[in-house]
Design a protein around this ligand. Structure first.
Ligand SMILES: [Zn+2]
Length: 105
């Protein structure tokens, strides 16, 4: 397990935040709690607002390739397509061309 995050190689805020959330999920899962305090995955690289989701909710988002969970109001009308609204979060998918594609799931 490496724990190095080289700041110079950060490619995009959502991708970095996804990694942060993955790590939170791993830690929280070990503690067997039902809800995670994740960070908003919106395109604003200065946004680190907490976003509370259940394990099932987050896993559901992760199961949909190319989607991100953001706080309500953090979706971008220009860059994001809203997939659905959840309880305390919004699932978005970046519009084609708005962002580089991430691995394709
Ligand atoms: Zn945000």
């Amino acid at each position: 397990m490496t724990d190095s995050m080289a700041p110079a190689i950060v490619s995009s805020a959502p991708q970095l935040l996804r990694e942060v959330n993955d790590r939170i999920r791993d830690v929280e899962r070990a503690r067997a709690i039902a809800e995670y305090d994740l960070v908003c995955e919106c395109g604003d690289e200065t946004c680190t607002s907490p976003m509370r989701m259940t394990a099932a909710q987050y896993d559901e988002v992760r199961g949909e390739p190319g989607t991100y969970a953001v706080l309500p109001g953090h979706e971008s009308a220009e860059d994001d397509v809203v997939v659905r609204h959840g309880d305390g979060y919004v699932v978005v998918r970046p519009r084609a061309g708005a962002m580089l594609s991430l691995n394709g799931g």
